[in-house]
Design a protein around this ligand. Sequence first.
Ligand SMILES: [Zn+2]
Length: 466
Amino acid sequence: MKMVALWLSGVMIASCAQFKAPSDPYRRISSLDAQYNPEDLQQEIRSKYQTIEFTTLSAYEALVQFDEHLDSRPGPLDENPHYAGLLAARAQIEELEHSILDLRDQLYEAGLNADLSIEERLKNIALLRITIPGAKSDLDALLFQHFHEDFISFTKRVLLDLGKVEDEAVKKSLEALYAELNAQFGPLQERKSLQLDWRVLTAKARQNLKENPDWVLARRNYQHLAHEMRADLVGSKQHKQSAPRFFPSAERAGNIVGTEFPAKVWSLTFDDGPGATTSKKVLANLEVHGLKATFFQLISKAKEHASVAKAIREAGMELASHSYTHRQTPKLSLEQRQWEIETAATDLADIHQRPMKFYRLPYGAGVSNGDIRTRIAKANMIHVFWSVDTLDWMAQAPSEIVERTLKQMKASRHDAGVILFHDIHERTVIASEEVMRYLKQDSRRVCTLEEIVSAVNRGSSPCPAN
Ligand SMILES: [Zn+2]
C-alpha cells in the first residue's frame, strides 16, 4: 500500500488541474437508472467493443486500398475513393469509445453514490472490470493501444478515490479492483509495441466474419457514414474562388485546404493535443529545425496538460481550436454545436490569452454544412482542412507514415499544402521529424497559417525560405 500512497499523492496534485466543465451539454445525471439491468449494461459495453474491433478491421482494409490508389494514381485526397472511409472509420471508432467511457463513468459514480445500497454499489464497481479490454489476441492489443492513455488516467482516478471513500466495504472493493487492474496492466503494456501485419489480419478476419450478422451490420453502418463523409468532402469544393483570398466565411474563402497555396509553401499542423509526453518532443524537433507549426488543440487536453500547452505557446507556435471533445459536429444538437465551436474558441482564447483565428472540424466532418460553417465564420475563424493526411492515428511503423506523407507531398501540384499530423502518438514524433527534414530541402517554406493568409491576401510572398 506504500507505493499506492506515494502514487496517490502525485495524482492528488495532478488532479487539481483536471478539467470539469460545468456547462458540458453531454454530461448526464450521474447515478444509473435504478431499473437498469447490469447484465444488459455488460452486454452493451461488450457489443460496443466488438463494433470497434470490426470498424478497425474495415479501417485497415481501407488503408491498404488508400495506399494502393495513391501509388497508381497520385492526386488530391478527395479524388482518392478510399479516403472518406478512413475518416468515417475513425469517427465511428471514437464515437463508440465516447459512449463506452460514458457508461464506465456512470458505473464509477454509481459505485461511489451513497444513496444506493452497499450491495448495488459493489455490483456497479465490479462491472467496471469488464470495461477494460484484455489483450488476448492481436486485435485486443490494438484496442488496448486505443485506450491506453485513458486507461492509465482512469486507474489513477480509481486510486485517488480510494482515499476519499469512508465505507469499508466499498473501499475494500475498490482496492481489489485496483489490484486487478494493476495486475492486468503489466502484461498489456508489454504488448503495446506489438507490430501487426494488417494485410494478413484483415484477410483472415474477412474469411472468418463473412457470415457474422454483427460484422455485416457494423460494415453497413461504416459504409453509410463513409458515403456521407464523401458527399461532405466533395460538397466543400462547390464554391468557386477566382483570386485566392482568405477570410472568415461560410463559402470558399473561409476554408483553407492547402492546394491553393503559392508554390513551395507548406503548413505543418498537429491536432488532438497537447499530449502528455509527445507534444514536447514534437516541439523540441521543431525548435532544432527552426520551424513553426500550428497546433489545433482540444480544450479538455489543453487544460489537462496545461504546462505543455504553455510551452507550445511560449515557443512561439501558432495555436488554433479543434473543439472541446472531438465529436462529429453534423451529428450534434444546436446547443452542442455552439459549445464545440463558439464556447471552445472563447475558452481556448482565455487559456492562451489570444484570439483563435483558425478552427478545424474533427474528422473534417461538416465542412460543407451551412450552419456549421456559418458558426465558425461568425466566431471570426477561418476553417482549415488539409491536403496531405499522414493517417498517423492508425497504429503502424513511423516509416510507413513517412512514405505515405512524402508520396502525397510529391503528388501536390505546386509542391505546397497543409500537412495533418496528431501530436499524441510516439510514432508521430519520429515520422514528423523526418518530414521536417524533407521540408527544409529544395527551398521549401514552412509558414504559419497566419503568415500565409496575410501574404496571400496582400498578394505577396509568405515567410522566408527555411
Ligand atoms: Zn482531430
